[in-house]
Design a protein around this ligand. Structure first.
Ligand code: URA
Length: 434
């Protein structure tokens, strides 16, 4: 079998066989197939798509590229959550401690930034010494001891996704249903959690820009998950504007900590309660979402969720003083304000464009080798539908390169659209797929 023929077949719109998919995944994982050939295949998949059979075979090949983690040694119903990627999406960092504080094990393999979206691992690395690369033994031990663990794909768990993910990130081949579904589901299925909740983002800042595509992605992932015997549900949620106010790694950790201290943004906190209450029902901790919500609110009121985050940081070798005093988190040299020159309401703020501004500031990667600036990003001061007066601050830009901060300031003035009040109310959740 030759990689050339596989690329050509997909370029010509044909279906790839299971053997061909296994060949390219194994060859790439073993470093026998170079990046440039896989990048070409990814682009062919992007244009010509994969059918359900191919997507399932791709998911299986990615799971088989490494080891799987048996969580049966961890007691209780283990739950996992995954977002398809958004701007300002720091949900895992607040949700995991909230759910774990309710006594439900929350064990998760997370990702890094992808395209214009941020990644949980990069965010966690703004906490000094926080170790995201855990061995399988460490992962199981920590989960068992404290009910929570957040780690990267270690070299031996879905290594194929690890390589493909970073290649897709820099070759404009992220936005494809099969590639996203197989990437997410292989990671979820390689870890033996009992219940999975998928947060499928839709809108300007999501990889799926319209509701139909988001629903197709959600359906495909739920089908794969349930096909593997895992309880899987998907929620389609709004990513037309960034989630919360903070975008950028260290800035988002600060916002997640504030949320656990009961001072979080309304939309972000609400999403955590929404997803969390469903997770508690899936884990059979409660029979209804209303009670689940109360349990989660209680973890905030009593400080239990905040303490759980501290525990997580400690067990994953991080410096807990960065949580106790978020002023210690990486700080940018320049913080510039964007002020409104108009009066009215925030009509829209294109989340993808804002995510790209964060990339310009250094909050994400340009190439696989790029270093991330953990202090860089944007803190919005308004949300869609908020009233604005002339001179009001719309956002703060954090960066270490004065030229880039100025560049982003000019861009944001156009991206944050101030005008008449929107006629329709914005929605946080569009629906659920089971
Ligand atoms: N998250 C992932 O893990 N993979 C994708 O492809 C997109 C979002």
């Amino acid at each position: 079998m030759r990689m050339y023929d596989i690329i050509k077949k997909k370029r010509d719109g044909e279906e790839l066989t299971k053997e061909e998919i296994n060949f390219f995944i194994k060859g790439y994982t073993d470093n026998k197939i170079p990046d440039y050939q896989v990048a070409s295949l990814l682009m062919a998949i992007y244009f010509n798509k994969m059918n359900k059979r191919e997507t399932l075979n791709l998911t299986k090949a990615m799971i088989n590229s490494g080891e799987t983690v048996d969580l049966s040694q961890i007691s209780g119903t283990k739950v996992d959550k995954h977002s398809t990627g958004g701007v300002g999406d720091k949900t895992t960092i607040a949700l995991a401690p909230m759910v774990a504080a309710c006594g439900v094990p929350f064990v998760k393999m997370s990702g890094r930034g992808l395209g214009h979206t941020g990644g949980t691992l990069d965010k966690l690395e703004s906490i000094k010494d926080f170790k995201v690369e855990l061995s399988r033994e460490e992962f199981v031990r920590i989960s068992n001891e404290i009910n929570i663990a957040l780690c990267s794909q270690t070299a031996n768990i879905t290594p194929a996704d690890k390589k493909l993910y970073s290649l897709r990130d820099v070759t404009a081949t992220v936005e494809n249903i099969s590639l996203i579904a197989s990437s997410i589901m292989s990671k979820k299925l390689a870890i033996g959690s009992d219940a999975i909740i998928l947060d499928v983002k839709v809108g300007s800042g999501a990889f799926m820009k319209n509701l139909d595509n988001a629903i197709s992605l959600a359906e495909e992932m739920v089908e794969i998950g349930t096909g593997f015997g895992r309880e899987t549900i998907a929620l389609v949620t709004n990513m037309d504007e960034p989630l919360g106010y903070a975008i950028g790694n260290g800035l988002e950790i600060k916002e997640a900590v504030e949320t656990l201290q009961g001072k979080g943004p309304k939309d972000f906190y609400e999403l955590c309660l929404f997803l969390g209450s469903k997770l508690l029902v899936l884990a059979k901790k409660t029979s209804n979402e209303k009670e689940g919500r109360e349990m989660l609110v209680n973890t905030i009121k009593t400080g239990k969720a905040y303490k759980k985050l501290l525990e997580l940081v400690k067990y994953q070798y991080g410096d807990t003083s960065y949580i106790e005093d978020t002023e210690l988190l990486p700080k940018a040299k320049y913080v510039l304000k964007v002020e409104s020159d108009k009066e009215g309401y925030i009509k829209s703020m294109n989340a993808e464009e804002i995510g790209k501004c964060a990339l310009i500031l250094g909050a994400g990667r340009d190439t696989k080798e790029s270093e991330i600036d953990l202090s860089a990003g944007i803190v919005l001061n308004k949300k869609v539908d908020d009233k604005v007066k002339k001179g009001d601050v719309l956002a703060y830009i954090h960066g270490n390169n004065r030229g880039k901060v100025e560049e982003v300031k000019e861009k944001l003035k156009n991206i944050i659209d101030v005008g008449n009040k929107n006629k329709e109310n914005k929605k946080l959740v569009y629906g659920e797929i089971t």
